[in-house]
Design a protein around this ligand. Structure first.
Ligand code: GLU
Length: 492
């Protein structure tokens, strides 16, 4: 696709909840498109729903985007601050005859919809006040009736556009539900609160948006908005409607699915980079030859709408976990440590003595990194270093096999011997080579093979036959002064 004008796109979140994964994915596509074309990615906070909009949600949305690495250009536009412009546009539409006041009461509209339902017709406004005479209007006003402002939608109109994702789109004016309310009910000499479709168009025009990229649940709005562009005499942007995110059952991902906000994913232990990588894959596929693991910058270099699917994108936890695991395995120990430290502290693990030593913590992180899928795995797998484990069944069985006791006894003896020699290892300065030597020696002394020796020492030190590398784990426990007591306890 050839893009000529400088690209200006926007994300227009409503601050009525925390940053939703669907909004974040829309943000990703906007960001990628803007960066691909050296354009601007703008933010507009759509806070015109006064009751449901909250500053803390705005703060959450901004910090979530930041966390994901989706930096925006300039200051966010605050929609509620632009209400004078919205009203001016409504005045303009009233003056040009594209809009009119509708005095129908809530009861009248309800009765109308009930009749339609009884006749099995879809609900729509029947345009009853479209062509009121001056006298009729005055009569309604004299009654003290309030009025909405409605925008004329010609039933005979055909609305079409070339969607960057979905191709040729066509809507019939007759399918848009009749003349649309653009300002809420208010005393008839005023203009009530301007409504979504009008406000979005006025703001997109004011912000000189060139491409409107948003979820496909907005397609019908696009048809209505195109009519507004025409009536306001404004240049029409391009539109790209991105596929919905579906749950495992193939239905639209919703609050009922539990995990829907970026916060939730963060809480579950996903890192920003793999999460944003995964969100890009929700609907977009990288070109031939490009791996599925990529950074935002790498995706931005090749992103286009031709590779965005029309079909809904089913959420695949396995793929997200895989991407997260890859990212955790590759994480520098220093970064992993700063991510895990707060989680360790939250466990109430007193990080004192050698366990408070950053060097020791880094060594632990290096050991754990390779087996993590989500960050909290770095809590579960670290537990054995902060708390003495209770041996599980397999470990207890192992400690009861022939030769297990002798090997532990031999090992303790060897450790005691090294403690006495002044040139020998410091009690807590065991390294892997020395540990290996001690283990081999103990196996020999006890007359058991190395396999039995290793399993028995693992059972004694870690309380389980599974887990991280034995010698590295031992070295870490040795620094805490934890190896001797655990070996001794296993002997009893
Ligand atoms: N505030 C709207 C929403 O959150 C914006 C839709 C749009 O991008 O126009 O759905």
């Amino acid at each position: 696709m050839a893009v000529t004008a400088p690209v200006r796109v926007r994300l227009a979140p409503s601050p009525t909840g925390t940053l939703h994964i669907g909004t974040a994915r829309t943000a990703v596509f906007n960001w990628l498109f803007a960066r691909r074309h050296g354009g601007q990615f703008l933010l507009r906070i759509e806070d015109t729903d006064h009751e449901r909009s909250k500053p803390e949600f705005t703060a959450n949305i901004l910090s979530g985007l930041q966390w994901l690495g989706l930096d925006w250009d300039g200051e966010p536009v605050i929609q509620s601050a632009r209400v004078a412009e919205h009203r001016a546009a409504i005045e303009q539409l009233l003056a040009s005859g594209h809009a009119y006041r509708c005095y129908a009461t809530e009861q009248e509209l309800t009765a109308m919809r009930e009749q339609q339902a009884a006749a099995n017709l879809p609900p729509r406004y029947d345009n009853r006040h479209r062509d009121l005479s001056r006298e009729q209007q005055q009569a309604f006003r004299a009654e003290g009736r309030q009025a909405t402002v409605r925008f004329r939608i010609d039933d005979a109109a055909t609305i079409s556009w070339h969607d960057l994702v979905r191709g040729e789109m066509r809507w019939s004016g007759a399918d848009l539900g009749g003349d649309m309310v653009i300002a809420r009910r208010a005393p008839a000499d005023q203009i009530g609160d301007p409504l979504y479709n009008l406000v979005v168009v006025v703001d997109d025009v004011a912000m000189a948006i060139t491409h409107v990229i948003r979820g496909e649940d907005h397609i019908a709005n696009t048809a209505k908005q195109l009519l507004l562009y025409g009536a306001l005499g404004a240049a029409v942007p391009e539109f790209a409607h991105t596929p919905l995110i579906l749950n495992q059952e193939g239905r639209k991902l919703s609050k009922r699915d539990g995990v829907t906000s970026v916060n939730d994913f963060r809480q579950l232990g996903f890192l920003a980079a793999p999460l944003v990588n995964y969100m890009t894959l929700l609907g977009w596929s990288p070109p031939e030859g490009m791996e599925e693991r990529f950074s935002l910058a790498e995706a931005a270099a090749v992103f286009d709408f031709e590779r965005v699917n029309r079909a809904g994108a089913r959420f695949d936890w396995d793929k997200l976990d895989w991407l997260n695991a890859q990212a955790l395995h590759a994480l520098a120990p220093e970064s992993l440590r700063s991510q895990l430290l707060p989680l360790w502290t939250a466990q109430g693990w007193a990080l004192t003595g050698p366990g408070a030593d950053p060097a020791w913590q880094l060594e632990l992180c290096e050991l754990l990194a390779a087996s993590l899928t989500r960050l909290p795995d770095g809590v579960g797998q670290a537990a054995v270093f902060f708390e003495r484990p209770v041996a599980n069944d397999a470990a207890r069985t192992q400690l009861a096999v022939d030769g297990a006791g002798s090997v532990l006894a031999a090992l303790l003896q060897a450790l005691a011997a090294t403690d006495q020699t002044s040139t020998a290892l410091d009690r807590t300065a065991l390294d892997k080579t020395a540990a290996k030597g001690l283990l081999d020696g103990a196996a020999k002394a006890a007359g058991v093979n190395k396999g039995v020796a290793m399993k028995s020492v693992r059972a004694a030190l870690l309380g389980s036959l599974q887990g991280p590398d034995l010698l590295s784990s031992w070295v870490l426990l040795n620094k805490l002064g934890e190896d001797r007591p655990r070996l001794a306890a296993a002997l009893n």
